[in-house]
Design a protein around this ligand. Structure first.
Ligand code: UD1
Ligand code: UDP
Length: 377
């Protein structure tokens, strides 16, 4: 039996890797163990509890506002022990976080094979997103299997002369999770009641009012970028009294300190803590459109038919922009206000951007990864 170790540490990795973990855990061909770095703590634990994942190893790496040096060196040294203890044949990493990059490095040092899920995304600008573009490229150099979400991602890897036999187009596992959650919301009335009760602590839905949902956390937007975004949100809130802006604020102090200082006193801006995944999916579905710099939300919004304004200058996920459901607006205050106002006022533009498109897969990515590796033996 093949011994497989999943290593991850942040909220989005957990959301996206959860369906794959369940597939492997339920298959007798593999002995599967889970190691969380806990680069995130509360935001990770929320997801572990939702998807009922119990880690075998927990590195407990999160320290408030720690540097990339501290985080990277801590995870690398702890993984040495984990890899010695479990001695896996294959290590799974996801995406572009520091945890993923360091885990692939650790596996490489032990000459253990690496499977990279959500491989091949590129801006080809090392500082945008920072440090994620470099992280993903480094993992790409070390990985043995590249599970890419789209044809475009495959082509990025072919340009880097990766062996085509090791590049497998499967879609993005985020759609597996999103569809699972959507189905839960549709069929589970108790869950829906719980969500409404929880959200009522922060917000009361009113059909007459449009909701703009906002998130943000990218390092390259810290400082001026977040200030300019907040100025735009303030202007939008004051100009549109019939619109509510709901902003679940990331726990990174570089984000929540600025956002709270600049927006807390505006009556139609609701600053709330990070939401559990099911609550967030519900809120995305209820929103009119989304303003975000998040990678995962860029992938989820198009399959919920929600337009997105992406507060970044570059995206490694061009498919939604090409499909017409996302626009890159950077953090320029006037540009954000102008594009958001357009979505609020111009019905044709809104309809154009809210087509149901799904460039990121059919919800079967995890199944395809499992089947591929089973056939490999
Ligand atoms: C990290 C990832 C980023 C990913 C994002 C998803 C890196 C370099 N960054 O960014 O790629 O898109 O997660 O959200 O890997 N904090 C808490 N509790 C939590 C989580 C974070 O208090 O549950 C605070 C801590 O002060 C922590 C800080 O946020 O030190 C920053 O966390 P970190 O993981 O370094 O960066 P993110 O901005 O979350
Ligand atoms: N998300 C969530 N609660 C929130 C905000 C986001 O569950 O309050 C989910 C969202 O649906 C998506 C993922 O978290 O699946 C995105 O995480 P984040 O934006 O932190 O990271 P990124 O995707 O940019 O790496």
């Amino acid at each position: 039996m093949k011994r497989v170790l999943f290593v991850f540490g942040t909220r989005p990795e957990a959301i996206k890797i959860a369906p794959l973990i369940h597939k492997f855990k339920n298959d007798q061909a593999f002995v599967t163990k889970i190691c969380v770095s806990a680069q995130h703590r509360q935001m990770l634990d929320q997801i572990l509890s939702i998807f009922k994942i119990v880690p075998d190893y927990d590195l407990n790496a999160m320290k408030p506002n720690q540097t990339l040096f501290d985080l990277s060196s801590f995870i690398l040294s702890k993984l040495n022990d984990v890899l010695d203890d479990f001695n896996p044949d294959l290590v799974f990493v996801h995406g572009d976080t520091t945890t993923a990059m360091i885990a692939s490095m650790a596996a490489f040092y032990k000459q253990i094979k690496i499977a990279h899920v959500e491989a091949g995304l590129r801006t080809n600008k090392l500082y945008s997103p920072f440090p994620e573009e470099a992280n993903r490229q480094i993992i790409g150099v070390l990985a043995n299997y590249h599970f890419v979400p789209t044809q475009n991602a495959k082509e990025n890897l072919l340009k880097e002369n990766k062996n085509p036999e090791n590049i497998i187009v499967v879609g993005n596992t985020v759609i597996d999770s999103l569809l699972f959650m959507k189905e839960e919301l549709e069929k589970n009335s108790i869950l829906k009641e719980q969500i409404l009760k929880e959200l009522a602590r922060y917000y009361h839905f009113n059909e007459e009012r449009k909701i703009i949902l906002v998130t943000g956390h990218r390092r390259e937007n810290f400082g001026q970028g977040f200030q300019d975004l907040c100025k735009a949100l303030k202007q939008l809130a004051l100009n549109n009294e019939n619109v509510d802006i709901i902003y679940p604020v990331h726990l990174n102090p570089n984000v929540h300190e600025v956002v709270n200082a600049m927006l807390k006193d505006i009556k139609n801006v609701f600053l709330i803590p990070p939401l559990r995944y099911e609550e967030f999916v519900y809120l995305m579905d209820k929103s009119y459109f989304i303003i975000t710099d998040s990678g995962g939300i860029q992938e989820e919004a198009p399959s919920l038919s929600k337009p997105i304004l992406v507060t970044r200058n570059d995206t490694e996920r061009p498919e939604a922009v090409q499909a017409g459901s996302a626009k890159l607006v950077g953090t320029d205050t006037q540009k954000i206000v102008q594009e958001a106002q357009r979505l609020l006022e111009d019905t044709k533009e809104y309809e154009k951007m809210s087509k149901n498109v799904n460039p990121y897969g059919d919800g079967k990515a995890s199944e395809k990864i499992l089947e591929y590796l089973k056939q490999k033996g």
